[in-house]
Write a protein that binds this ligand. Structure first.
Ligand code: TUI
Length: 319
């Protein structure tokens, strides 16, 4: 079985993380992934701090294994969510959509592991100096808020720029993707879209089905004019958003239009009017199964790929 420094650092069996998805990274999913030997994350998204506390307590009731909370730094509740993470002494904190640098000492003082998500070498370098434990390096293939660089190009550039363990994210949906990430110098992978299609995920069944039926070009990125581009499955909502942007809508108008749309899509299952954030690997996903089986299958497939490359004398894996 693939073991890397990520397993030792986070006290987990397999170096497979679940992305902390807003609305979907609940106690059900996070505990299932952690129980399956990976690292599950509660996705704080724009949720109030007390919702996050409840999810932390529910996760603890379901698993004694390590888990994390992903703090979305654009959230109006980010400060209060961080307070809850500190009070509850969650084992791991991840962050998205911003620079968590000033918070790092507070987490470290309480023995909380810090693994921010970055989409650039510059932020990776800054956060290494701030004392984080590891980095999730996320490419533009991912769902939700995206950077500008592909995983294939970004991961090796960050690997060459910092001395921290790296978890690759964006565009990884199976064991071939995991093997590729390890070949680029990452020591682990984070998957979001693949875990939407797992039995324990609270996503609406119609949303899961839409992912199963998706093709390679099913997603689009909107929101460049807001400064916060977002990848989602193309639908009426993304077409309306794009039309508003083209017509020169104000950021405040776009934000007002977007409010509540993620829940409408992924929880209520309104496939036309809701936002269906998902990554480019949507077209790769063909079944729904328990998180434990997804993790085992990905790791076993990655091992088979790496063995095959060794047989061919082609392996460049630095695990
Ligand atoms: O954060 C994510 N993915 C997300 S957050 C989210 S909720 C949301 N909804 C609407 C609009 C925006 C967000 C849905 N999906 N991934 C991690 C990630 N972080 N990707 C890119 C970044 C990032 C981008 C710029 C991190 C830092 C950054 O710059 C910070 C700085 O100060 O340099």
């Amino acid at each position: 079985m693939i073991k890397t420094t990520i397993c030792d650092l986070f006290n987990i069996e397999y170096p497979v993380f679940q992305g902390g998805m807003a609305w979907l990274g609940t106690a059900e999913l996070a505990s299932a992934v952690s129980e399956g030997g990976g690292l599950g994350f509660i996705g704080a998204g724009n949720a109030p701090a007390e919702w996050v506390r409840q999810q932390i307590q529910n996760t603890r009731a379901r698993t004694s294994r390590p888990f994390g909370v992903n703090v979305m730094l654009l959230s109006p509740y980010a400060k209060e969510v961080i307070q809850v993470v500190l009070e509850e002494r969650v084992p791991v904190v991840a962050t998205g959509a911003g620079n968590p640098g000033s918070w790092v000492p507070l987490f470290k003082e309480r023995g909380i592991k810090v693994i921010p998500v970055v989409a650039s070498v510059a932020l990776a370098r800054r956060l290494e100096k701030a004392g984080v434990d590891a980095l999730v390096v996320e490419g533009i293939e991912s769902g939700g808020h995206v950077g500008e660089i592909t995983t294939l190009a970004l991961v090796p550039q960050v690997v060459d720029s910092v001395g921290l363990p790296i978890v690759a994210a964006g565009g990884i949906g199976d064991g071939r993707g995991m093997a590729a990430a390890l070949a680029l110098g990452a020591q682990g992978v984070q998957l979001g879209t693949r875990f939407i299609c797992c039995a324990e995920c609270v996503a609406h069944p119609h949303f899961k089905e839409k992912i199963l039926n998706a093709r390679d070009r099913a997603t689009v990125v909107t929101g460049h004019t807001t400064g916060h581009p977002v990848r989602a499955l193309e639908n009426k909502m993304t077409r309306q958003f794009a039309a508003m942007e083209k017509a020169g809508a104000l950021v405040s108008e776009l934000e007002a239009f977007g409010t509540g749309k993620l829940r409408l899509g992924v929880i209520e299952g309104d496939l036309e009017n809701g936002s269906l954030m998902a990554g480019q690997v949507a077209g790769l996903i063909k079944d729904i199964k328990p998180a434990r089986d997804i993790i085992r299958e990905i790791v076993a497939e990655a091992e088979a790929v790496i063995r095959h490359l060794h047989v061919l004398g082609l392996s460049g894996v630095r695990a």
